[in-house]
Every structure is written in C-alpha cells, then in structure tokens.
Design a protein around this ligand. Structure first.
Ligand code: GDP
Length: 441
C-alpha cells in the first residue's frame, strides 16, 4: 500500500539534500511536489492544498535551533506530523459497555463486512477477553449467514441466526436477548449490504440502529475504491451517523486516498484497518504509525505487537535450551516458520520494518518462498528432521526428488540452515547476546 505516495514524497524532499536551507523558494518547490503526490494518491485537491499550506506555515515558522537536525529531516518531521493530524491524530478506541455491549457493522456488499466481523470477534476475545456473540442480519443472502457461521466457529465466538426470519430488526433484538440469557459480553451485528448506496438499505440499517442503540456503529469500506470510498463513507454517515470507519484491503494496490481523506471529509476516525483475508490481519488504526509507514519509516511497533500475539513463552524456553545444546533441528525450524506465517502476509510484515520497504522495492516476494522450504522439510524422514547431522548426498538426492525441487535448492537450504544453527548456537553461549534472544542469564 501507499508505494507510489511514499516514492513521490521521498522525491519531494530531495530539494533539501545536505544542508540546503529551508527558504521560501525551496519550500515552495517541495510543497508543489507534495501536493501533486497527494492528488496522485487520490486525495481531493482541496485537502491536498490545505495540507501543504499547513506544512508551509510550520516549515517557515520553525526556527531550526538544533543544528544536528538537517533541514530535510525537519521537513520530513513536519510532513509526518501533518499526515498524522490529517488521519485523526490519536488512535480512537472502540467503545463497548453494557451487558451486553453492542457493535453494529454497516457497509456495502463486498467491502469486507463479514470478514471484519470475524476479525473483530477474534480481537475482542483475545485482547479484551470478552465472550463474543455474532449475528447475521443479512436476510437476502443465505450464503452470508453461512460465511459468518464458519468465521464464528474459527474464532471461537457464538453465533445467533434465524435463517427463516426476514426481519433484520427482530433478528438483532433477539440476538441481544439471547446474549443476555447466555451471558455474552458483546454482540456484533453484521448487516446486509448492497452493491451501491440505496435508500432501502439505508432505511434498514437505520431501523436496526434505532432499535438496538449500539455502543458503537462501525462503517466498513474497501480502500481500493479511492474517492468513492470517501463518498460512500459520507453518504452512510449522513444517514446513520456512525462512530468510526474500518478500512479494508489495505494490503492491495490502494493509492491511499481513502485513509488520508476520510477523517477530514466525514469527521469520523478510522478505528481499524484490515490487510488481508486471514483472520489475524487486522490492526487498530494508529495515525502516527501509518504516517511513519507512508514516509518509509516502517512500523516496528505494530510488527512487535503482531509477534507478541504469536509468542509462546514455553516454546521459546524449549527452543532456547535446544539452541544452547546445538540441537536445533528441522522440526523446530518448521515450527518457527509456521509462527511467522501466522503473523500475516510476508510482504506486509517486511514493510513494517524500517528501511525495508525501500530496500525490497524491486524484489518480488511472496509466501511461496515458505512453501518451497516447507516442501523440502516435509520430504525428509522423521529421523532426518530430528537429526540434521544425518544429511548425506544420497539423502539430499532423495529429498530433492520427493519435493520436486532441484539439488541446488535443497543444498542451498540445508547450507543456510546449518549456518543459521551455528550462529544461533554461538549467540546463545555469548552472555552479551543471550539477552537479545529472550533468555535471561
Ligand atoms: P461483505 O460482503 O461486506 O460481507 O464482504 P466479505 O467479508 O464477504 O468480503 C468480500 C471479499 O473481500 C472476500 O473475498 C474477503 O476474503 C475479501 N476481503 C475482506 N477483507 C479483506 C482485506 O483486508 N484484504 C483482502 N485482500 N481481501 C479482503
């Protein structure tokens, strides 16, 4: 996401290479580029213009007293602060109170509503330790009910459904009553969408909202639709006055206009972002982290948070012992690979690491690199997996045949594995490094 915008913004700061001072002239050149970059990212011209005016006032009004800060760095900081402000400043939390708390989900068909309902259920269950019930109020598409049922099962949430009932208000009210009886903490109500904004859908959502008075109404929108996303967000807000926006499909090729202009245009904060089809690809939206990402600074905090979600202390201790004894094997490696995969799509993960986006710009990365390595390990016998020292030429040949890959691939992987185990073993026995690996000496 935002690749183009990031590149163009980087170009806009070129005026300030070295010690080039902040003057009205070179600020103007830079601002023109920034404005163009924003418009190209599908930000409305008026917003882009106002944005650059603010940056200009700050840049020319800032006395750079810190000689250690170069003018270019100062400009980047000013632009970063303004991007953060444009996207809402602070992260806006989700408000859940009452027994049960109620969250209503609205949006167009295909925006990712139902997927998000599952993701939110997982988030509330894991992060807030809440007992979650989801309900499907889509009375037009039976498939939507099935889809939510599967998701609920996957995340371990309860599901309430009435496939025969054609009245969404009744279903929502019954779901809440059911939640009270069964002592659920929160109910997430998924509603029916249409392909475009239409009066009947708005009336229906509005009726449901009035009847159930949710703590939180979230509007889900596909970020790939650019300015249309912003217009739809406005139309929904005018009608149902929701509390927050959920931007989906940010893993795609989106130019970023929706993320940058929704708060300004609609006045409601983005609360969550979704970056994939898997259930764990949802993050609370932090404007500051997002502006850092846009400016190519990565988002190491979100990266660490994702890693922590998957962190298993017992497993880490077990591995540490094995590494110390130089007993790290292919099964352990496979286990680590699976943990990494659970963190999400590899490309979006790499983009969170500062500097990585730029470095990997022209490198084609996808999750198939994982599959290759997995296939190699899966072609090994249980003994080979547990004893990397057993590897011989004839075994490698058999493995290559088994996984349908060349000897080069197998050799390369085994060599890399050996180097990695050696290095980890060395590190684990060095007291200065051991702390970095999570072990307390
Ligand atoms: P609904 O009609 O609004 O309920 O939309 P769905 O939840 O059924 O999602 C529509 C399609 O978009 C499905 O194929 C989802 O897997 C996919 N989808 C949802 N969220 C994301 C996302 O953040 N990224 C990507 N790439 N696909 C998504």
């Amino acid at each position: 996401m935002f690749d183009n915008l990031s590149d163009r913004l980087e170009g806009a700061f070129k005026t300030f290479t070295g010690d080039n001072k902040i003057t009205e002239i070179n600020v103007a050149t830079s601002l023109k580029e920034i404005r163009r970059a924003l418009v190209a990212a599908d930000v409305n011209y008026k917003i882009a213009k106002e944005f650059t005016e603010k940056v200009k006032a700050k840049a020319l009004g800032t006395e750079n007293v810190l000689s250690a800060v170069k003018p270019g760095q100062l400009m980047v900081k000013i632009v970063q602060d303004e991007l953060t402000e444009l996207m809402g400043g602070q992260a806006a939390g989700i408000n859940i109170k009452g027994t049960p708390g109620v969250v209503l989900i609205a949006g167009l068909q295909g925006s990712g509503k139902t997927t998000f309902t599952g993701k939110l259920a997982l988030h509330l269950k894991e992060k807030r330790k809440l007992k979650v019930l989801v309900t499907a109020c889509d009375v037009y598409r039976p498939a939507a009910i099935d889809q939510l049922t599967v998701l609920a099962e996957q995340v371990g949430a309860g599901i309430y459904k009435e496939p025969e009932n054609k009245n969404p208000v009744e279903i929502a009210l019954n779901a809440i009553a059911h939640a009270q009886d069964e002592k659920y903490d929160v109910v997430i109500v998924d509603t029916a969408g249409r392909l475009s904004v239409d009066e009947k859908m708005m009336q229906e959502i509005s009726d449901v909202r009035e009847a159930i008075s949710p703590n939180e109404t979230l509007f889900v929108v596909d970020s790939m639709t650019g300015q249309d996303a912003v217009n739809t967000a406005k139309a929904f807000n005018d009608r149902i006055n929701y509390d927050g926006v959920v931007l989906t499909k940010l893993d795609g090729d989106t130019r970023g206009g929706a993320a940058l202009s929704v708060k300004y245009t609609v006045g409601k904060p983005i609360k969550f972002i979704s970056t994939g089809e898997k259930l764990n690809t949802m993050d609370v939206f932090h404007p500051e982290r997002m502006s850092q990402r846009i400016l190519g600074m990565g988002d190491i905090i979100s990266f660490v948070e994702r890693a922590q979600d998957q962190f298993d202390e017992e497993e880490a201790k077990r591995l540490e012992k094995k590494i110390k004894k130089n007993k790290f094997d292919f099964n352990d490696f496979l286990g680590q690979l699976n943990q990494l995969k659970k963190m999400g799509d590899i490309k979006s993960l790499l983009n969170m690491i500062p500097g990585m986006k730029k470095m990997m710009k022209d490198v084609e990365i996808d999750n198939s690199a994982f599959s290759k390595v997995e296939a190699i390990i899966q072609s090994m016998t249980p003994q080979e997996r547990a004893n990397p020292g057993l590897m011989s030429m004839s075994r490698k040949k058999r493995i290559a045949r088994g996984c349908g890959q060349g000897m080069d691939d197998v050799n390369r992987f085994i060599k890399q594995f050996e180097q990695m185990s050696k290095m980890m073993h060395k590190m684990s026995n060095n007291p200065a490094m051991a702390g970095m690996m999570g072990g307390k000496q």
